[in-house]
Design a protein around this ligand. Structure first.
Ligand code: HEC
Length: 115
């Protein structure tokens, strides 16, 4: 019985490792790794504070709550940086990841925040 459970766990683990990430999951992970510490909702995040000051409530300050964030803008800003926001190299965020990130942020306001 014990070895059976072990085998089952190993099997599930292998399956999880082999399964390709969905684009949405990839976008979410890239956001968590590179953007969340500056752009999450709240007063501890410099990106959110800067955008709050800029838009004065006209649009949500947290990126994940925006519904007007064009993927082209995300791509441009991620590759070039803006103000204190650094730019990100392709060795940090690949083109494929950037595409997933743009799509994720574009639809992030329409889907569950835990998704
Ligand atoms: C070190 C903190 C920091 C990190 C990390 C960071 N940003 Fe920013 N970001 C900022 C700040 C600050 C601004 C506002 C700059 C300004 O205009 O004053 C900004 C602005 C932006 C804007 C412009 C929004 C608009 O309405 O013009 C986008 C898009 C953006 N960031 C996306 C991202 C993404 C995507 C990531 C992750 C790959 C990221 N940022 C990582 C700090 C950061």
């Amino acid at each position: 019985m014990k070895s059976y459970v072990g085998l089952l766990c190993a099997g599930l683990l292998l399956q999880a490792l082999a399964a390709p990430l969905s684009a949405n999951e990839m976008g979410r992970q890239v956001y968590q790794k590179w953007c969340s510490h500056c752009h999450d909702k709240g007063s501890d995040y410099p990106g959110t504070l800067a955008l709050e000051a800029r838009y004065k409530g006209a649009v949500p300050a947290a990126l994940k709550e925006r519904d007007n964030l064009a993927p082209e803008l995300v791509t441009y800003i991620v590759r070039n940086g803006i103000s204190v926001m650094p730019f990100f190299r392709k060795t940090e965020i690949s083109d494929q990841e950037l595409q997933a990130l743009g799509a994720y942020l574009n639809r992030a306001s329409h889907i569950s925040k835990n998704d």
